[in-house]
Each structure stands twice: as structure tokens, then as C-alpha cells.
Design a protein around this ligand. Structure first.
Ligand code: ADP
Length: 613
């Protein structure tokens, strides 16, 4: 292909900015580039090994799979070569030319504004290949895909605005990435430095890595060893190697399962933090599937139910044939059995953690709770266990502290029959909800729920240890020992007036037992849908309408008493109607659903006018 033309491509606009951010954020972790390159090479080798099983015509069949790194301290150069799957022209434009998944840049900027550590950020995204621009001004990739008859290509870029691709003659399959090191990254032209970094990170690559003439890593399948023979440190490094995370995992689990219709070994991890993609796009990675030490799938979501898809690590089974397609693997009954066994083991693991190490469990729960909790309405076989694993903030605990239903029940006051909770958008909003006043006054514990998944889950958990669960903003709440408040003649007529004034806007107006400081509040109708649930449904584009609310009135409140007196004196007093509407709309405002701010403010000014006459 001598003389073939060089084609020039622009990075997407978002990409340019992202590159700059990556380069400038990562300077404190320059060795990251080496990990990323080795990890990519190792992926490419795994793909080649897998393809070798089915593709007779694959290039360089039977060649020893390996990674070779060459450095030259005089010339300041670095190169890494693998004989893996290689890249087509399309791979180069699709996978190398774009790293940003949509929304990455915004998220990245926001996290930086919040002062998050750069290393941390990168850990969450896996910015991958582009980290080379931390140590190089210009990068060269020469690659050829393993399919027979494929064409070789050279990709070149300074990582700034564009890159070029040209066809080249390349005999062997695989990829060679080379560059000159920047002045401040010269140390990576030294063999001893490279060896030191590899020893730290990449000891678990499945393939030999050579630096110059020396093989530097020991290839071992850690998950096949006995648990007792593996040091914590080795396990942690293995985790980092498999996931590209920069931190140690939160916890790990070594499994060797026989019987249960499946035989497998596994080394599983829970990360300390949720990856960026977890809840947004579900593009996050889960576990790798090996069949007798050969990786057959890099991200095998089928092995875990959705709510446990935060688990990372490796599962290796002898029950799957190697040379079958992924589709057959995915449909195999062996997969169903492994998945069932894994689900049981992972839940037991979380139970042990919750019992033994609350802090660790809460770290897990805060990171992955939103996903994990979806199991409540999906995994009915384990529902009770999952319910026991739920944690909540509560009115008796400081923000950030959490409690279980079990310990809530242990603290219930004599005579209390129900478990109380309140949903809202945030702790602050919940704490300001007038419906909590009675509970605050009587120091009765209320669980605070502010994650969307809670709004779905809680109404489905009707009781726990025979105690019904009850939202405190429901109309039909029974308050044991509540201060007896009865409608006297005064307030009775005023309540009648409120009903008449508000007409169809509310389902009913009633005397409140739950208010202490506020004059009025809105509660859900006994049969109607919860306000939070309504909001959720609307967010999901389902028009459920707004069910009418019940207005409750605190007859001990000075304003209400004043209004009663005024009403008796002159039932057609103009101010009465304004006050009734104003009280109702104030309650709507607290509830987060005020339809017309303009009317509300106008009326408030009028009332102030009267008061200051
Ligand atoms: P990630 O590895 O997270 O997908 P990278 O930016 O590191 O992101 O790499 C992007 C993609 O480029 C890879 O998914 C792979 O398709 C391709 N790639 C990178 N390095 C190699 C390599 N050495 N051999 C083959 N493909 C590669």
C-alpha cells in the first residue's frame, strides 16, 4: 500500500476538552498510562485466544500470545506490542477516536468543581488509551486485525484536535503503540522503572509481559488457588488489574462451588465506589467469565441478577465448552445454575458483612444501594433477606447515619403498633414537612426515605415482623395517645367554610391530630396515590393526574382561632376567604406543588396590606 493517502480526522468537540482535562488532571498519577496500555493489550490477547478456537483462518494461528515493551533511555522512546486481535479501520475511528460516552464531560467538570481527586475520577471512567497523552506529545499506533485478509493501518495523533489514519504494510496481526516521552516523563524510558510499575499492577495479566529481554510477570490464575494461599495484597492488586480501579476493593469473596448443578470457582469484589455509568447508562462492567482459565466473556451480565450487577471479578467454570459462540454460552442452562448459586452466595456475603462490619456495609450500601434495592421487587425468593439488608436514615439519627428495620422495631415505644416513614426529595425537605410535627413532639421515630427506588419499594413492604409500615403523610393514620383534639362549635363552622371555599380542590378538610406548630397541612387521601409516587410516575412520562389531597387543620393554632372568631362575627368577611386560600396554597408550597406563584404572592401582599392599615 505504498503511496496510499493519509486521511485526517477531527476529534469530536467534546473529546478535545475531555482530553485536556484528562491530561491536566492525571499528572499526579503518570504511571496510569502503562496500566491502561497493558490492560488493552491483555484484552486484545484474550479476544485473539477466544477467536483462535473457532476461526481456522485466523492470522498467525498458534503463535505464543505475549506483550512486549521496549524502551530506549537514550532516545527517550517507549513502545508496547501485542499479537492480539488488532484493530480494523473502523475500530480505530470508533474506539480510539471517541472515548467520551455522552455526558462524561459534564460529569467530569462537575466532579472537578466539587474538588474531587483526579485519580479518583479517572478510576471511575476508565479513560483508557488517552492517558498516554500525559506522557507523550505524539502517539503512533500500527495495527492489523487478526481476520485473514485484513489490512494494516497506522494511526497518529498529538491528542489535540485531530488524528490521521493511513494504510500500511504490516505482516503480523496485533498492535504496536509507540511514542517519544515528554521531558517530564523521561523516567518511563528506563527499564527498571517500567518493571517496577508492572510488578505493582500487572502481575496477573494472563500473558507473559516482556520488558526488553526479561519476562517480568508471573502468570497465575489467582482464583484457582486456595483462599488461604492468597495474600490480601495479591487479591487487591488482582482486583485493580481486572477492573482498572485505582483503589483497593471494599471487600472480596473467594468461592469454590461444587454441586448445585454447577462447578465453578470465583474471585468476587465489591468496589468502594460506584462507577460513573452504573445508574445512568448501565454500560458498567460486571464479571468476567472464564472456562478453564480461558476468558470467554469480558463482561458477562447474565451471570448476575440486575440488582447484584455491582459485583466485579472473575468466574471460572469447567462446565462450559470452550469453542462455542457467546450466544450459546448465554443460553446455556449452566449459566442459570451458576447465577442462582452466585446470588445465594453474594447475599450471604452481604449478610455477614452487615452483621460483622457495619461501617463496611454502609459504605457498600451508600455506593450501590439504589441498584441493590431494586431486588426487593425483583428477587422474590430472597425478598425477606433483602428487606433485612435495607438501611434508612431516621428522625432519631443524624444525617448520614443509617438504621435497619430490625433495629427500628427494637426501639419502638410501648403502644406503638406501626413502623412510620416519610418520603421526600431530601432530608432537609422531609424535616420541614409539617406532617412530622406530632412525631417530633413525641420523639417517635420516623424513617426518612429520599431515593426514588424507596418510593416504589416501601408501599410494597406492607409489614415487617407483623408491624404494618405506614407513611406519616397518609390521611388514615392512627395516632395512639394523640392529644385529643375535637372540633368545637367554633372550628366546626370554620372547617365548613374552608370546605366551601376550596370546593373541588381538596378531597376533604379535617381536624388534624398530627400538627403541633403549623396551622394546616396536606395529607394523601386514604385511597389515593402517594405524592412522591405521583411525581415519580410523571418523571417517567406517565400521566397519572394528581389525586386530590386532604387538608388538615390545627384547631389549636392562634391563626385558626382568630379566623374562627372572625367567622362568627361576620361570615362574609372578605379577608376570611383570602386567608383560607392562602393557608391552602402555603401547604401546597410546602408540599412542592404550588400551581400559581403569582396568585399566591398577590394575595399575600393584599393580606399584608390589610394587616398594616
Ligand atoms: P476501554 O479499554 O475502556 O474500552 P480504551 O480507550 O482503553 O477504552 O480503548 C478503547 C478501545 O480501543 C478498546 O475497547 C479496544 O476496542 C481498542 N483498543 C485499544 N487498545 C487496543 C489494542 N492493543 N488492541 C486492540 N484493540 C485495542
Amino acid at each position: 500500500m505504498e503511496g496510499s493517502s493519509v486521511e485526517k480526522f477531527e476529534y469530536k468537540a467534546e473529546m478535545k476538552q475531555l482530553l485536556q482535562l484528562i491530561i491536566h488532571s492525571l499528572y499526579t498519577h503518570p504511571e496510569v498510562f502503562l496500566r491502561e496500555l497493558i490492560s488493552n493489550a491483555s484484552d486484545a490477547l484474550n479476544k485473539a485466544r477466544y477467536r483462535q478456537l473457532t476461526d481456522e483462518a485466523i492470522l498467525d494461528k498458534g503463535q505464543e500470545l505475549e506483550i512486549r515493551i521496549l524502551v530506549d533511555a537514550k532516545e527517550n522512546t517507549f513502545s508496547i506490542k501485542d499479537n492480539g486481535i488488532g484493530m480494523t479501520r473502523e475500530d480505530l475511528t470508533e474506539n480510539i477516536g471517541t472515548v467520551a460516552r455522552s455526558g462524561t464531560l459534564d460529569f467530569f467538570k462537575k466532579m472537578k468543581e466539587e474538588g474531587k481527586d483526579a485519580g479518583d475520577l479517572i478510576g471511575q471512567f476508565g479513560v483508557g488509551f488517552y492517558s498516554v497523552f500525559m506522557v507523550a506529545d505524539e502517539v503512533n499506533i500500527e495495527t492489523r486485525h487478526a481476520a485473514s485478509g485484513s489490512q494494516g493501518y497506522r494511526w497518529t495523533s498529538t491528542g489535540e484536535g485531530n488524528y490521521t489514519i493511513e494504510a500500511i504494510d504490516k505482516k503480523e496481526r496485533g498492535t504496536n503503540i509507540s511514542f517519544k516521552l515528554k521531558e517530564n516523563a523521561k523516567e518511563f524510558a528506563e527499564e527498571h522503572k517500567i518493571k517496577q510499575v508492572i510488578k505493582k499492577y500487572s502481575n496477573f495479566a494472563d500473558f507473559p509481559i516482556f520488558v526488553g529481554k526479561d519476562k517480568v510477570n508471573t502468570v497465575e490464575a489467582l482464583w484457582r488457588k486456595n483462599e488461604a494461599d492468597v495474600k490480601d495484597e495479591e487479591r487487591n492488586e488482582f482486583y485493580k488489574f481486572v477492573t482498572n480501579d485505582y483503589e483497593d476493593p471494599l471487600a472480596s469473596l473467594h468461592l469454590s462451588v461444587e454441586g448445585a448443578g454447577a462447578e465453578f470457582k470465583a474471585l468476587l469484589f465489591i468496589p468502594k465506589k460506584a462507577p460513573f455509568e452504573l445508574m445512568r447508562t448501565h454500560q458498567h462492567k460486571t464479571v468476567q467469565l472464564y472456562a478453564r482459565k480461558i476468558m470467554i466473556m469480558d463482561d458477562c451480565k447474565e451471570l448476575l441478577p440486575e440488582h447484584l450487577q455491582f459485583i466485579r471479578g472473575v468466574i471460572d467454570t469447567g462446565d462450559l465448552p470452550l469453542n462455542v459462540s457467546r450466544e450459546v454460552v448465554q443460553a446455556s442452562p449452566v449459566m442459570t445454575k451458576i447465577r442462582a448459586a452466585l446470588t445465594t452466595k453474594i447475599i450471604q456475603w452481604l449478610q455477614r458483612m452487615a452483621n460483622k462490619n457495619e461501617e463496611e456495609y454502609l459504605t457498600f450500601y451508600k455506593a450501590f444501594g439504589p441498584l441493590f434495592k431494586m431486588g426487593i421487587n425483583a428477587d422474590f425468593a430472597n425478598r425477606d433477606k433483602l428487606i433485612d439488608l435495607l438501611r434508612f436514615e431516621s428522625s432519631l439519627h443524624k444525617a448520614g447515619e443509617m438504621t435497619s428495620l430490625k433495629s427500628y422495631v427494637g426501639r419502638m415505644r410501648e403502644g406503638q403498633k406501626e413502623i412510620y416513614y416519610l418520603t421526600g426529595e431530601s432530608r432537609l425537605q422531609i424535616e420541614g414537612n409539617p406532617n412530622l410535627e406530632y412525631f417530633k413532639k413525641h420523639s417517635m421515630e420516623v424513617l426518612f426515605l429520599f431515593e426514588p427506588v424507596d418510593v416504589y419499594n416501601m408501599p410494597s413492604i406492607t409489614e415487617y415482623e407483623k408491624k404494618p409500615l405506614k407513611a406519616v403523610d397518609k390521611g388514615d393514620i392512627e395516632l395512639e395517645g394523640a392529644d385529643k383534639k375535637e372540633e368545637d362549635a367554633l372550628s366546626k363552622s370554620l372547617i365548613g367554610f374552608f370546605k366551601e371555599t376550596l370546593k373541588d380542590q381538596v378531597e376533604d378538610v379535617r381536624v388534624s391530630k398530627r400538627l403541633v406548630d403549623s396551622a394546616v397541612t396536606l395529607v394523601s387521601s386514604d385511597k389515593g396515590m402517594d405524592r412522591q409516587m405521583e411525581r415519580m410516575m410523571k418523571l417517567m412520562g406517565q400521566d397519572v393526574g394528581s389525586s386530590k389531597r386532604i387538608m388538615e387543620v390545627n384547631v389549636d393554632h392562634p391563626i385558626i382561632q382568630n379566623l374562627s372568631r372572625r367567622f362568627l362575627a361576620n361570615a362574609s368577611d372578605d379577608l376570611l376567604k383570602k386567608c383560607a386560600l392562602q393557608l391552602y396554597e402555603s401547604a401546597q408550597l410546602m408540599d412542592g406543588e404550588l400551581p400559581s406563584r403569582a396568585d399566591f404572592v398577590k394575595r399575600m401582599i393584599e393580606i399584608m396590606g390589610e394587616a398594616t392599615k
